[in-house]
Design a protein. Structure first.
Length: 435
């Protein structure tokens, strides 16, 4: 985790203190369940909670013990015994390290997902507000980077809103899939621990029971979780690239907010660069890169190995912290985005009416001209306009083959901008409902 791209609430989930606190809760709940089953004394379970509930686990001490034991869970249990006393011998009865590690990781990922879902809610609110603000602000739609037909800037933002609604739904599903608990002991057979302990711990930790854990929770769950994070990151990049293109000097239909005192270049004082969305493009690449090792973690040896462990110690914090930061940054970009309707109109008019070519083509076919001939006539008048040799409407109205099928006023009707925007309300209702 890099502090530059981290926010405190998400980072806290992955701190050693938070991890050891979760480990304690898993162990203590399991001990309580064992006591209820008569496996360990109820007094011992009560003492574990009494001593550990408000304890501050000493990270440095645990690290010191681990340097000797070379085993993190044993180091923690040793430190816990120093806090609890003799009753600590009843902790971890019938459990294996993966019961603690895997259940803890899933708790952390579920909590991280909750923050990411809240992040998307904030982004959706910003997108909706700006979409309705520019619902009918006309701009040029582009295919292959080339002027195509008119759209509105609100439609661009509505598309992003719909995409991030899907992202939210995927995150909710990924959270549900990852939020499982395994307290099944060595190789997952429950030989030394009752399945009811797992059910109790799962309920207390806000998780569901893993049906078959084979000592480790199956990593296809984690692969799906990180794949979803990668897809969300790709949506962040898509919207970021749109802003970057619109901010280019030759386009300048929208740009990132440029604050008082901000500098764009160490060499050129005039520069206003799209640094936030460029940064988001880079961060999206990083989040996507974590999906592949998560997928490679699925294929473990037999009932378990630990080839996944080092990977997850890195990608768990890094992917969630980075995506959390990126979603918050994108929300800020959308919220403060500078939009220039006048420049959008100038760009719309830049091709001398060529953006209405399809409507002229369709009008000619409706008037009885074959599609092939209609296309030839429209393109014949369009190409001079591309070269700066006239106005499209004027050329069409002067073309006798065109006017033989369409009266000049009928041709002029094809240049109505409102024609392209007549279904904006329909699209908005589909995206936002009746609001």
């Amino acid at each position: 985790m890099i502090p530059r791209y981290s926010r405190p609430e998400m980072t806290a989930i992955w701190s050693p203190e938070a991890r050891f606190r979760i480990w304690f809760e898993i162990e203590a709940h399991a001990t309580t369940a064992l006591a209820d089953l008569g496996v360990v004394p109820k007094e011992a379970a009560a003492k574990v909670w009494e001593k550990g509930r408000d304890a501050v686990f000493d990270v440095a001490r645990i690290d010191e013990i681990e340097r000797v034991t070379k085993h993190d869970v044993i180091a923690f249990l040793t430190h816990l015994a120093e806090i609890v006393g003799p009753e600590a011998r009843f902790v971890h009865q019938g459990m294996t390290s993966s019961d603690v590690l895997d259940t803890c990781l899933n708790v952390q990922l579920a909590r991280a997902a909750d923050l990411l879902i809240a992040d998307i809610d904030g982004l959706l609110a910003a997108l909706k507000r700006r979409a309705f603000e520019h619902k009918l602000t006309p701009t040029i739609g582009r295919s292959h980077g080339i002027h195509a037909e008119p759209v509105t800037f609100g439609l661009k933002l509505a598309q992003a809103y719909a995409e991030f609604e899907r992202a939210r739904a995927r995150l909710v599903a990924a959270r549900a899939e990852i939020a499982t608990c395994a307290i099944s002991g060595a190789v997952g057979t429950f030989a030394n621990i009752d399945p009811r302990v797992e059910e109790y711990v799962a309920a207390q930790m806000g998780l569901t029971v893993e049906p078959v854990s084979t000592q480790v929770i199956p990593r296809d769950r984690h692969a799906m979780f990180f794949a979803v994070l990668g897809v969300v990151a790709s949506s962040i990049e898509r919207l970021s690239i749109e802003v970057r293109h619109l901010q280019r000097t030759e386009v300048l239909e929208a740009e990132e907010y440029f604050s008082e005192g901000q500098k764009g270049s160490s060499a050129m004082p005039h520069k206003r660069n799209p640094v936030l969305t460029e940064n988001l493009t880079g961060l999206a690449r990083m989040v996507r890169s974590y999906a592949l090792p998560a997928m490679e973690n699925v294929a473990l040896w037999h009932e378990r190995d630990i080839s996944h462990s080092s990977v997850e110690r890195m990608i768990g914090p890094d992917a969630t912290v980075t995506l959390d930061f990126a979603l918050a940054r994108l929300t800020g970009v959308v919220d403060k985005l500078l939009v220039y309707p006048e420049q959008m109109q100038r760009n719309l008019d830049r091709l001398g009416g060529l953006v209405h070519s399809q409507r002229v083509l369709l009008a000619l076919t409706q008037a009885g001209v074959s599609r092939e001939d209609a296309y030839r006539l429209v393109q014949r008048n369009a190409m001079p306009v591309w070269r700066g040799e006239g106005d499209f409407l004027t050329l069409l109205q002067a073309d006798q083959e065109v006017t033989a099928a369409l009266k000049p006023e009928a041709i002029a009707e094809c240049f109505d901008l409102g024609y392209h925007l007549k279904h904006v309300d329909t699209i908005f209702r589909r995206v936002f409902g009746e609001s």
